[in-house]
Design a protein. Structure first.
Length: 130
């Protein structure tokens, strides 16, 4: 797929994720896709299991994409995932095969207060989409 087509597919995926449209959200995955959550040590195999893991998740979720970058078969989305009004910064790394996600790895980080030792060196940034 060319870049505009890939970006459109990813935007559709994240919009469906935000809307809770599990059917459209999971169209982007190969049937044998693998999803890794390194921080919790979890691996989920197969599109149907990935979808089920998300449908049974009880929290209210919102997705706010900050940016999508990539080329060829490797695409990265940086977004803010809000579970029950608590934001986490997330990086999703998607590896594609034949136009569908074969492997995704997601890294999560919660907000934290800035270090006082560097206060004089920094400017405050927003966590809103770019």
């Amino acid at each position: 797929m060319d870049q505009p087509t890939m970006i459109a597919a990813l935007e559709r995926h994240w919009a469906a994720s935000d809307a809770g449209d599990f059917a459209i959200e999971h169209e982007i995955y190969h049937t044998d896709a693998v999803l890794d959550y390194p921080q919790s040590g979890e691996r989920i195999r197969g599109r149907s299991n990935i979808r089920e893991s998300r449908t049974v998740q009880p929290n209210q979720k919102r997705f706010s994409v900050r940016r999508i970058v990539g080329d060829g078969d490797l695409w990265i989305t940086e977004y803010i995932l809000t579970y029950d009004d608590v934001p986490s910064h997330v990086v999703s790394i998607m590896e594609f095969r034949d136009g569908l996600v074969a492997k995704e790895t997601q890294y999560f980080a919660g907000p934290f207060n800035p270090g006082p030792s560097r206060t004089h060196l920094v400017e405050k940034i927003s966590s809103e989409p770019l």
